[in-house]
Design a binder for this molecule. Structure first.
Ligand SMILES: Cc1cc2nc3c(=O)[nH]c(=O)nc-3n(C[C@H](O)[C@H](O)[C@H](O)COP(=O)(O)OP(=O)(O)OC[C@H]3O[C@@H](n4cnc5c(N)ncnc54)[C@H](O)[C@@H]3O)c2cc1C
Length: 378
């Protein structure tokens, strides 16, 4: 793509947001010959995957909560591995509930420990079959989980954790949240079911700076689209927007609600012996603790650092983390979504623009699909 034939354009694409959505799109576009300007209102790249070295301990930590890369797509795994080597870390989560520590997601070990049994896989299945609730219709989180595991396991591992996480009665939580939580009748305690998994060896921020390292990409931080780029059409052919969709449309149908997170930092010689411990009963006000050295246990450190995670309702002063999907909010989102299709030369992409929880590999897949679609239309 030769800029000289289009002198009036500063670049082909203006990309709002330097998270995985924006960065993936920018790199694909640059590799095809397009020029991109990518802006972010934050003072760093990487979006919610941003990581940095904790000064006191020299351990890589994830500012917006723990991020483990996982995917079953060979194409996506190969693509991210072009920019960074990954550790062979496997996520194994523990649950702290009513004075005992169990393994998550619920597996044969959890079931046997919880019910003080020595069930075989078939016996465990039959037992859970006998205690699970046979609802006539499943319409919310509580019904979905009690239909899968019964009341006791639901209360020990899901009920209070979800109340803390979502700040509401689990009957009001969308069923899609529960669909991400499996139960296993074997001893597999790998948190994810994907084929590939790991943490970028040099941290997410290095990975992002390599993705954006192209002479066709210019990055501008501390730059807010709404304040500085309203007249983008005079300088760019296409806008790729990965910010909040309600903000883009000046909140005309109201604010889309999110949960936010707050972190308290703890430093000690040893903390909990595992990367992630969930607190699934109501005795603690927080949801989980992440001890970051366990993502790279081959590195030795004198001190360890962990972050205690609290979940709260977000207002405009807070970072939006988890979209609160329910019928009321979905109908607000639908109204915004209808407006997006009328926006000429704008591609809406990512967790904020699409108001949904997306894992990293899912936003990469979405960016790849939307870029391909753009090229095919041309
Ligand atoms: C606590 C937590 C843990 C997670 N853990 C995992 C995990 O283990 N594995 C996994 O695969 N996924 C995980 N995720 C999901 C992961 O964070 C997302 O998939 C990913 O961040 C989405 O990337 P994105 O680019 O769509 O959004 P973001 O990363 O949010 O990037 C959007 C960017 O747009 C910028 N922006 C917004 N508005 C404007 C504006 N007006 N002007 C300029 N810039 C703007 C923002 O500052 C932001 O940097 C987790 C999410 C959370 C909340």
């Amino acid at each position: 793509m030769n800029d000289k034939i289009r002198p009036s354009f500063k670049a082909d694409f203006l990309i709002v947001g330097a998270g995985f959505s924006g960065a993936t799109f920018a790199r694909l576009a640059a590799d095809t010959g397009y020029t991109c300007h990518i802006i972010d209102k934050r003072n760093h790249l990487g979006g919610n995957c941003f990581s940095y070295k904790d000064e006191e301990t020299n351990i890589e930590v994830h500012k917006y909560g723990p991020h483990i890369f996982h995917t079953s797509s060979k194409e996506i795994w190969n693509w991210v591995n072009k920019f960074s080597a990954f550790t062979n870390y496997t996520h194994r989560v523990k649950a702290n509930s009513n004075g005992s520590v169990y393994s998550l997601p619920i597996n044969l070990h959890t079931i046997n420990q919880f019910f003080k049994k020595k069930f075989s896989p078939v016996e465990a299945f039959q037992y859970i079959e006998s205690v699970r609730i046979k609802h006539a219709r499943i319409s919310n989180f509580e019904e979905f989980v009690t239909a899968s595991v019964g009341i006791e396991l639901y209360e020990a591992f899901y009920k209070y954790y979800s109340i803390k996480q979502w700040g509401c009665d689990p009957k009001k939580i969308n069923i899609s949240v529960a669909k991400r939580l499996p139960i296993r009748f074997n001893y597999n305690d790998n948190y994810f079911e994907d084929i590939y998994q790991g943490i970028p060896l040099d941290g997410y921020t290095t990975l992002f700076s390599r993705i954006l390292a192209s002479d066709k990409i210019k990055l501008l931080l501390n730059t807010d689209f709404k304040q500085e780029y309203k007249n983008w059409r005079s300088c760019y052919r296409v806008l790729v927007y990965t910010g909040s969709v309600d903000e883009y449309f000046d909140y005309q149908f109201g604010v889309l609600p999110y949960r936010t997170l707050r972190f308290e930092r703890v430093v000690d010689k040893e903390i909990q012996g595992v990367a992630q411990m969930n607190y699934t009963d109501y005795s603690k006000p927080f949801t989980r603790i992440t001890e970051y050295k366990w993502f790279l246990p081959e590195n030795k450190h004198k001190l360890s650092v962990a972050f205690i995670e609290f979940s709260d309702k977000a207002d405009s002063a807070h970072e939006p983390y988890y979209p609160i999907r329910n019928s009321e909010n979905d109908s607000i989102f639908k109204k915004y979504e209808n407006l997006t299709s009328a926006e000429k030369s704008v591609i809406f992409l990512g967790r904020l623009a699409e108001y949904r929880y997306y894992d990293m590999h899912q936003v990469i897949a979405s960016a790849m699909a939307k870029f391909k679609n753009y090229v095919q239309k041309k």
